[in-house]
Design a protein around this ligand. Structure first.
Ligand SMILES: Nc1nc2c(c(=O)[nH]1)N[C@H]1C(S)=C(S)[C@@H](COP(=O)(O)O)O[C@H]1N2
Ligand SMILES: [Mo]
Length: 170
């Protein structure tokens, strides 16, 4: 009896460690100045068709080459946030809003409403669902955001996204 309990505990521990991805997230929240907040999980991401993205050299904040992210697939963030209802009825005023992306380690990146929904940047801002043949649930960096049109791609290559906070300039 004691032996089987020990065996059970050992197996449980091993499987928990095997599943845990250090510094990875399984969902992100969209919070702030909204009519309704959202939670987007890995399961939700699986429902969207993913596009192929060309291989992306990741350069650090100084512009030095780090590595190339290969065989990427992703969903445009603007498609995911299509039904987001910002708490502002005047379309003109949407230009005052910005989105603060925060990762699990508190790394933060800002995008303006216009960048995402009214510029070419929004056509290159992806949630990555597959990288080098590895599906999102097995990716160490999940939930990963990239902006493929950036000059220094490392800066807005956000690993382990946990929150997008919608704010308004004062
Ligand atoms: N969550 C998180 N994402 C991050 C960072 C970070 O510190 N935390 N660093 C950024 C920076 S400064 C760079 S250059 C790129 C590439 O870093 P990597 O080689 O560590 O992936 O990731 C970016 N994404
Ligand atoms: Mo960096």
């Amino acid at each position: 009896m004691k032996k089987s309990l020990l065996l059970f505990l050992v197996i449980t521990c091993i499987s928990i460690f095997a599943q845990e991805k250090k510094n990875a997230t399984t969902e992100f929240k969209v919070t702030g100045l909204l009519k309704k907040e959202l939670i987007i999980s890995l399961h939700d991401l699986e429902k969207y068709p993913a596009q192929n993205i060309t291989d992306l050299p990741i350069t650090n904040h100084l512009g030095e080459a780090r590595y190339t992210a290969k065989k990427l697939k992703g969903i445009l963030l603007k498609d995911l946030l299509k039904d987001l209802k910002i708490d502002e009825d005047s379309p003109k005023k949407l230009s005052e809003f910005y989105f603060v992306f925060t990762a699990i380690d508190n790394y933060k990146v800002v995008f303006s409403w216009n960048e995402i929904f009214n510029s070419a940047t929004g056509d290159h801002l992806y949630v990555i669902t597959e990288k080098d043949g590895t599906k999102i649930k097995d990716m160490d960096e999940r939930i990963l955001i990239v902006t493929t049109s950036d000059f220094k791609t490392g800066r807005r290559h956000i690993k382990a996204l946990s929150n997008i906070d919608v704010k308004r300039v004062q």
